[in-house]
Design a protein around this ligand. Structure first.
Ligand code: NAP
Length: 238
């Protein structure tokens, strides 16, 4: 682990994850980036791990046995987690009556269950070394508060994740851990690659903006908590 602290980043293989990891690495944090397929992650292809203080771990964090295995892996690396970024997410876009139960479970799993499991099992690590700042970022979506036709299960998962985030914030603050919900609008990442429809990717947010915002929030004085931050493209939702 590097001097500043240890960042556990789920969804670390995706567009936002890559920028968030690089942002913390630049500031001399150690980063463990988690996704199901680490060989295809943008990060693992663009960075030399040994030189940069980053490592990768393959896990499906919607599954409790994988999260327990992940924490065992972390215990062999460090005794504390300073920053947890819950950045997993996926969506299926179609009329609700065409959703299969597997699609429903996958979307709820990646966007909601994963947050619960990672925060629950990371908590013992986050309560250690309290002289360092402790911060959890839950990357949700504007879909937590606004509805979009065809995005029903994603809206349900993100709204549920926002409710869960708001409900547990006092429990985390008791331990000195700050918790921020990040609600981005459309952001130009690989999430859009396989979605049906035509999307104007040029007017979407650059994922660098999300990463910069998260690091700026982390850097605010520890006495303050930014509870919820909505970040929209100037062009609107689309
Ligand atoms: N892009 C947008 O417009 C937008 C807007 C608002 C909010 N968001 C949210 O921002 C977050 C990051 O999304 P992104 O845009 O960076 O999307 P992305 O490029 O598709 O990245 C998502 C990441 O999550 C990982 N992942 C998905 N399910 C997982 C699971 N069960 N266990 C472990 N890893 C899992 C994926 O890797 P594997 O497939 O290899 O597991 C990938 O690394 C998500 O929560 C998303 O909902 C995105």
């Amino acid at each position: 682990m590097t001097e500043k602290g240890f960042v556990l980043l789920t969804g670390g293989g995706g567009g936002m994850g890559e920028k968030i990891a690089l942002k913390f690495l630049e500031d001399n944090f150690g980063v463990l980036a988690v996704s199901r397929n680490i060989s295809t992650s943008l990060l693992s292809q663009s960075i030399v791990p040994a030189r940069c203080g980053i490592s990768f771990y393959g896990a499906d964090v919607s599954q409790e046995e994988d999260v327990i295995r992940l924490m065992e892996h972390i215990a062999a690396m460090t005794d504390s987690i300073d920053v947890l970024v819950n950045g997993t997410g996926l969506t299926v876009v179609k009329p609700f009556h065409e959703l299969t139960i597997n699609e429903w479970n996958d979307v709820i799993g990646a966007n909601l269950t994963a947050l619960f499991l990672c925060m629950k099992h990371a908590l013992p690590f986050m309560k250690k070394n309290m002289w360092r700042k402790k911060h959890i970022f839950n990357i949700l979506s504007i879909a937590a508060e606004r509805s979009f036709p065809g995005w029903s299960v994603y809206c349900a998962a993100k709204a549920g994740a926002l409710g869960f985030t708001e409900a547990i914030r006092p429990e985390l603050l008791e331990h000195g851990i700050r918790l921020t919900a990040i609600l981005p609008g459309a952001t130009n990442t690989s999430l859009w690659d396989a979605l049906p429809g035509t999307w104007n990717r040029h007017v979407m947010l650059d994922p660098q903006v999300i990463a910069d915002t998260i690091k700026d929030i982390y850097d605010t004085p520890n006495e303050a908590v930014l509870e919820k931050v909505i970040i929209m493209p100037k062009s609107g939702v689309q």
